[in-house]
Design a protein around this ligand. Structure first.
Ligand code: NAD
Length: 367
């Protein structure tokens, strides 16, 4: 098989700083695990605007379409706030998501034992938590027509439309079942079938797709009850699949069960390419953090864990993904902390590159 290709788009602010650590880890897997990647790097966001007057060139878009996976740092910054909406850094990211048709957004909520006290919930509720929310990303109420603010008699009315076709539900359900097969084989689908017709159809289609995955235990829950269960006892879940709106809320809720923004990876997946791999964009949940950019303070773990997701979901290297996650867990258990993970503690934080060093040392010790 040919060497898998990886397009790296560091972007703006802390993006290049955290991505530099990921590149060292990618090199480690090539040198120590016989897992080479054909890595190319390009500009996105403000960095692309500075160089080319657009946040994403057609050439970079074409590279992204051809790559086996894309890994992005972050985009944006105060310098670009004055730009016209059409060339703002975020437009580069939106174009990638739209043209790659990334309809399944994967947001893991994973709580490393060493950080369980960072959560607003009790330690025993979150310690060891490892769940995945799959949010439909390209349809539903954020896109449905009609939409707008209209005159209605002597007042105005605001309208948005929740709309899902069977094929839109089917493809995101399939992504979620495929993921569940790579995890603990439990999938919970959340909607509001009790009050919404789109929810009735959602439940029907997910159940139909489920018949193709007899090894996955499928359950259904109303999304409001799901929110309660997520805060009551989140460990009952493995994979959750839900629509765009509910997924927006539930994935933020689940992510914050685990503490710091500097720890949260994500993935957005599209349809399978001719080689069977899904179109895929991996990125940390955090932004470009202009308040700490250029100071070596950023936590690189969210971006490193995004690469671990790429290993698992694009490259079928689940064991190597677990190796990387275990290295992160080990480093945290040993007490290594970047500034964002220290809270009020008085001790000196690790720099971005020192955290990278510690994770590489843990990887070395793992072989
Ligand atoms: P942010 O995520 O950049 O920062 C929020 C806070 O968290 C800041 O105090 C920051 O220092 C801290 N933080 C974030 N990531 C961290 C890390 N890895 N290590 C340590 N601390 C970290 O959100 P914001 O301040 O609202 O936005 C800043 C810029 O980023 C804006 O231009 C925004 O549009 C953009 N943004 C981009 C993305 C993206 O690229 N996907 C996402 C969100 C925001």
């Amino acid at each position: 098989m040919s060497t898998p290709s990886l397009l790296i788009l560091p972007g703006d602010g802390i993006g290049p700083e955290v991505m530099a650590e990921v590149r060292r880890i990618i090199d480690w897997f090539g040198a120590k695990r016989g897992l080479p990647f054909d890595v190319s790097e390009d500009l996105v966001g403000g960095a692309a605007y500075d160089a080319h007057g657009t946040p994403l060139t057609d050439d970079t878009m074409a590279l992204a379409q051809d790559a086996d996976a894309v890994l992005l740092g972050a985009v944006g910054g105060p310098k670009y706030d004055v730009l016209d909406f059409s060339v703002k850094p975020e437009r580069g990211l939106l174009r990638l998501r739209k043209e790659m048709d990334l309809f399944a957004n994967l947001r893991p909520a994973q709580c490393f034992d060493a950080l369980a006290d960072f959560s607003s919930l009790k330690r025993d509720v979150v310690a060891g938590l490892d769940i995945m929310i799959v949010r439909e990303l390209t349809s539903g109420v954020y896109f449905g027509e009609p939409r707008g603010i209209f005159e209605d008699g002597n007042e105005r009315v605001g309208i948005n439309t929740q709309r899902y076709t069977e094929s839109e539900i089917e493809r995101v359900a399939r992504s979620a079942f495929d993921l569940a097969m790579k995890r603990d084989r439990k999938l919970c689908s959340m909607e509001k079938a009790n009050v919404m017709e789109s929810g009735v159809l959602w439940r029907e289609v997910v159940t139909r797709v489920g018949a193709e995955y007899p090894d996955v235990e499928l359950s259904h829950m109303y999304a409001d009850a799901g929110a309660m269960q997520l805060t009551r006892w989140p460990k009952q879940f493995d994979v959750i699949v839900t629509d765009n709106l509910f997924g927006d809320l539930l994935s933020d809720l689940a992510a914050m069960l685990t503490g710091s923004l500097g720890m949260l990876p994500s993935a957005s997946l599209g349809a399978p390419m001719s080689n069977g791999r899904p179109k895929a964009l991996y990125e940390p949940v955090h932004g470009s953090a202009p308040d700490i950019a250029g100071q070596g303070k950023a936590n690189p773990i969210a971006c490193i864990l995004s690469f671990a997701m790429a290993l698992r979901y694009s490259f079928d290297q689940g064991a190597e993904a677990s190796r990387l996650e275990a290295a992160v867990e080990h480093v945290l258990a040993e007490g290594h902390r970047t500034a964002d993970l220290l809270g009020e503690e008085g001790r000196a934080p690790l720099s971005t590159s020192a955290m990278g060093d510690a994770i590489l040392a843990a990887l070395d010790a793992s072989v």
